[in-house]
Design a protein around this ligand. Structure first.
Ligand SMILES: Cc1cc2nc3c(=O)[nH]c(=O)nc-3n(C[C@H](O)[C@H](O)[C@H](O)COP(=O)(O)OP(=O)(O)OC[C@H]3O[C@@H](n4cnc5c(N)ncnc54)[C@H](O)[C@@H]3O)c2cc1C
Length: 398
């Protein structure tokens, strides 16, 4: 999985950073942790301030009788991003967390009783779609995969892996490969593009959901987002013990490289002097000096002045689309009980595009248009869990 790049660096001196520069990172979400690891490894004096009791941000775990349960992301995609991050500090991802590749990427259920599994193996997915919606749909799927793969390959390095992706990089990529324009369908939304690529409305709905991975709506997001399918098709891993183990391992590794972590520490204000940052003021009034500050929180907190008026200058414009809520509507949980451990379950409602469009325009939450369930990986507790959970964990070992 690739963390969203929402950090903003306020600098008080001319780059590049020098060893022993004091860097304060506000937030121990996955982006803050990755930054802490890289900067600590580069020899900077890194202090991470996190208001919650532990690392992870959205990638956090909630306690349960069966052991910690992931409250945010539950599977890892684009594993290569983390392989590269660990390798950049001379470590190996697999030495820090236990990754289990998933042969089933996700299971999908519709109100009419139909269901479809998609697999890591494209040929298996194609066969499943053939059985689900016929030969024409299977051929459409093959074409869709080729197109998504092409877009992914073209934009992976210049946009997705870039530290600061820009319209210029996008334009340069297209200028080098003008035939990409057709695959990008620049004048179409994802929903419009999918309606041309698939006859079956269920498949349009299924592949449209990838817009929600970046908080968008298929009715507003560009058709280019179909490339997210390729990120998932390239492989999905479950982290044994839960995704929060990844956050913990990054925090442990960053600490080993000298980063200092302070949990339960709220940053109330970013202090500046003219154009230069001077440090932060904590919720209890303590002041901490810094040469550089990396803000890992919501950019809108900066924009709205929650961290003081000076910080508003570095905040990006607030043009993000409203996220689609994923939860609620639990009558369908029985599907999860039949599930394979760790497999993603996606249950679709009947399509309600008008309502989704209306809500997205007004930045309101919609009623969920699909429901995502995931049965966790095997609980890590040694004591016997309650019966329902024990049944589940037994399946995990099968
Ligand atoms: C249910 C769910 C499922 C998801 N599934 C996936 C998925 O499958 N794949 C994927 O790629 N992404 C997924 N995501 C999105 C992914 O989890 C997030 O994009 C990612 O974790 C965000 O990381 P971050 O570091 O940018 O921000 P965050 O995780 O939000 O971290 C920000 C941190 O900053 C701290 N902070 C903020 N302000 C302050 C302050 N003033 N003082 C101190 N601390 C502060 C916060 O407490 C928080 O810990 C999912 C998200 C959710 C909620």
């Amino acid at each position: 999985m690739r963390a969203r790049v929402n950090n903003r660096v306020m600098k008080s001196d001319t780059p590049p950073l020098e060893p022993r520069d004091r860097v304060v990172i506000v937030g121990a979400g996955i982006a803050g942790l990755a930054t802490a690891l890289r900067l600590a490894h580069a020899g900077l004096a890194v202090t991470v301030l996190e208001r919650h009791a532990g690392p992870g941000g959205k990638m956090r775990a909630l306690p349960s009788e069966a052991g910690p349960v992931d409250a945010g992301p539950t599977v890892l995609t684009m594993r290569g991003v983390f392989d590269a991050l660990f390798a950049s500090v001379g470590a190996r991802l697999e030495d820090h967390i236990d990754l289990v590749p998933q042969d089933i990427l996700a299971r999908h259920f519709w109100p009419d009783g139909s269901h479809l599994d998609l697999f890591a193996d494209e040929a298996q997915s194609r066969a499943a779609i053939h059985g689900f919606a016929g030969d024409r749909a299977a051929r459409q799927f093959t074409r869709f995969c080729a197109r998504a793969r092409r877009l992914f390959t073209a934009f992976d390095s210049p946009m997705m892996q870039a530290a600061a992706p820009s319209s210029l990089a996008l334009a340069a990529t297209v200028a080098r490969q003008p035939t990409l324009i057709r695959a990008m369908a620049p004048l179409s939304t994802l929903a419009q593009s999918l309606s041309r690529q698939f006859d079956d409305p269920r498949l349009r709905q299924l592949f449209g959901r990838y817009a929600t991975y970046v908080g968008g709506s298929p009715y507003q997001s560009p058709a280019l987002l179909s490339l997210i399918w390729q990120a998932e098709a390239a492989g999905v891993w479950v982290v044994r013990g839960g995704m929060h183990r990844l956050a913990q391992s990054l925090a442990t590794l960053a600490s080993a490289h000298g980063a200092q972590f302070h949990y339960g520490t709220h940053v109330a204000r970013i202090e500046t002097e003219g154009p230069q940052v001077r440090g932060v003021t904590l919720g209890d009034g303590t002041r901490l000096a810094a040469d550089f500050i990396v803000f890992n929180g919501d950019p809108r907190a900066l924009a709205s002045g929650l961290l003081g008026p000076a910080a508003t200058a570095v905040a990006p414009p607030d043009n993000e689309t409203a996220a689609q809520p994923l939860g609620a509507g639990l009558g369908l949980c029985r599907h999860a009980l039949r599930s394979r451990p760790g497999t993603s379950q996606r249950i679709f409602r009947r399509r309600c595009p008008q309502r989704i469009r209306r809500s997205a325009r007004r930045a309101l939450p919609t009623r969920p248009h699909s429901l995502c369930l995931r049965s966790g990986s095997r609980p890590t507790r040694t004591a016997a869990p309650p019966r329902a959970v024990r049944d589940h964990s037994q399946r995990a070992t099968a």
